[in-house]
Design a protein around this ligand. Structure first.
Ligand code: MG
Length: 173
């Protein structure tokens, strides 16, 4: 495989946003979950599935990198099978497609933007979950936490946003 081969690496970008509301039955929020880690927090994501914005953005980044339909097309949010679904299932399917296309994860860089909770102390657990699902080493996955400086809906604690960039490397056959 030549380094000049334009298909030897593929880049994908993923983005997700969820509204945050008090946890049901006080509001419509589900338990606050990121990369499969549940945070003890009074508000949580409103969503059809479990609302895991990291898994959703990562799923879309992988699908985008291989030019496949996006998460909303593959797993419609009006499909009752995905009601309260564990979003790791979406990521597992996206990664299955990545492998089928002949690629593995080079690295993924993930930025989580929310005022609260602070994710710093639980980053390593999030990274461990992601690395397990993407069959790579933890040092191939990076998670950054930022606030929105109290600005706008995210800064007011009413939403969470996640951005992901992933690089895939083609496996030599
Ligand atoms: Mg989502």
């Amino acid at each position: 495989m030549s380094e000049a081969d334009p298909q030897s690496v593929r880049i994908g970008h993923g983005y997700d946003l969820h509204r945050l509301e008090p946890i049901a039955p006080m509001g419509q929020g589900r338990p606050f979950i990121l990369a499969g880690i549940v945070f003890d927090h009074p508000v949580g994501p409103v969503g059809h599935s479990d609302g895991d914005a990291v898994y959703h953005a990562l799923t879309d980044a992988l699908l985008g990198a291989i030019g496949h339909p996006d998460i909303g097309q593959l797993f419609p949010d009006d499909d009752p099978r995905h009601e309260a679904a564990d979003s790791s299932g979406f990521l597992i399917e996206a990664y299955r497609r990545v492998e089928e296309a002949g690629y593995r994860v080079g690295n993924a860089d993930i930025t989580v933007i929310c005022e609260r909770p602070k994710i710093g102390l639980r980053k390593s657990e999030m990274i461990a979950n992601i690395a397990r699902l993407l069959q790579c080493a933890p040092d191939q996955i990076n998670v950054k936490g930022k606030t929105h400086e109290k600005m706008d809906s995210i800064g007011a604690g009413r939403a969470i946003e996640v951005h992901v960039v992933v690089l895939l490397r083609r496996m030599s056959s």
